[in-house]
Design a binder for this molecule. Structure first.
Ligand code: AMP
Length: 393
């Protein structure tokens, strides 16, 4: 059975065609710069990348392009081979505690959450509608970044703000990267052959969040109402005192929107280092002795360790610490810097293994570590395809 996992953003559309239940990737790709004269379409076939530049004015054109390529490249002989489509949706709010088969009511409910995710939910809906137009007969399933965190209790998800903000506008922590945290923590449980685990997943990529998982359920996570909260990321600040906004408004004459945009797009690695949002550039500069690059990594790794310490206390211990996503899977520096700060919890890395492994599942703690530390590559597309299968069944 073939299933497509789709992740539609405002100007991009990522897709992966999977064979289920074997979970093998048949092909994957991305359409970028949708709405632009210079659109880019990339598709991977048998390990080779095919890249085309062409105008891609709308999401409908992007979807047509992807599906036509699947036929032209003989990846599919007909669209009838696709038996389900899974769509990533960023914000499910309190309306969605599970994935759902798309119908008019589901679309309306996702639309009603657009205030909470103005950049993401509308783009997700455009992607869903475009695919439904071309594949109207198969089930379309929406999988939310937030549902895995719906097991958090109110003491973990409430802000200490006026209660009416929560009641009237849904102001609370929702958390994101849920499919990734779920995938990685389920892998940890499978590796350790135990369901009663206390796990922290560090999803550290361009966006980054941590999640505390007890007995398979998310009990706390670092992102909040939006993906801006938590640890510093490629271009996002993570937590700051909200009073910064008033000060910068006065000093630089910026609007609140402009300041929030700077906290989202000009902060984090990029803002502190002044070098780049990309961890590879930061690490290269750090190795060459650049002090701002060193500070950038120190701020982020301190905050990551702070969260892990607080989750240790909240869960009453820690069995496994898992690193995932672009930086978590590839950067031995980041993992070492974080784990060195966790020595007091009995976390010990095997330095030789840590520095030699990247991008593949591996135990990287030493034999006498009190916590098992793993690299576990994430796979959000597989998680989405599994959800489609669950609903098809
Ligand atoms: P993601 O958002 O999960 O795709 O992760 C993107 C981040 O992963 C970027 O900051 C990349 O620099 C980082 N990354 C990818 N490969 C490596 C690597 N080999 N070493 C360090 N960072 C990497």
């Amino acid at each position: 059975m073939k299933i497509i996992s789709v992740n539609a953003g405002s100007s991009s559309l990522k897709f992966q065609l999977l064979s289920m239940p074997s979970e093998e990737t048949i092909t994957s790709g991305i359409v970028e710069r949708i709405g632009d004269e210079n659109g880019i379409f990339t598709i991977k076939v048998e390990g080779k990348k095919i890249v085309k530049e062409l105008p891609i004015p709308t999401h409908n054109v992007a979807v047509d392009l992807v599906l036509a390529a699947l036929l032209d490249l003989k990846i599919l002989s007909s669209f009838d081979e696709i038996e389900g489509v899974g769509h990533r949706v960023v914000q499910g709010g309190e309306l969605f505690k599970d994935s759902a088969v798309v119908n008019d009511d589901v679309i309306k409910r996702i639309e009603s959450l657009s205030d909470l995710a103005p950049l993401h939910n509308p783009a997700n809906i455009i992607g869903i509608k475009a695919f439904m137009k071309v594949l109207p007969k198969v089930p379309h399933v929406v999988v939310f970044d937030t549902t895995f965190h719906s097991s958090m209790t109110d003491e973990a998800f409430m802000y200490a703000t006026p209660y009416s903000w929560y009641q009237n506008y849904g102001v609370r922590k929702y958390g994101f990267h849920g499919t990734s945290h779920q995938y990685v923590s389920e892998r940890a449980a499978a590796i350790l052959k135990r369901d009663d685990l206390k796990v922290v997943v560090c999803h550290i990529g361009n966006g980054a969040s941590l999640c505390a998982i007890k007995n398979g359920k998310s009990v706390d996570t670092s992102m909040g109402l939006t993906p801006l909260e938590g640890i510093p990321m490629g271009t996002r600040s993570g937590n700051v005192d909200p009073a910064v906004i008033e000060l910068i408004k006065q000093k630089e004459g910026l609007t609140v929107e402009e300041i929030i945009s700077a906290l989202n797009k000009k902060s984090g690695y990029l803002g502190v280092s002044g070098i780049s949002h990309d961890s590879r550039d930061i690490e290269d500069a750090y190795v060459e002795g650049n002090k701002r690059a060193e500070l950038t990594l120190a701020i982020q790794t301190k905050r990551i360790a702070d969260y892990i310490g607080s989750y240790y206390v909240y869960m009453g211990g820690l069995d496994a610490l898992c690193f995932t996503a672009g930086i978590g899977e590839n950067s031995s520096y980041l993992r070492k810097m974080v784990c060195e700060r966790l020595g007091v919890l009995g976390v010990k890395l095997d330095d030789q293994i840590n520095s030699s492994v990247r991008g593949k599942e591996c135990l990287i703690s030493s034999e006498d570590s009190k916590v098992a530390v793993y690299i576990i590559p994430t796979n959000e597309e597989v998680m989405i395809a599994r959800e489609v299968m669950r609903f098809i069944k």
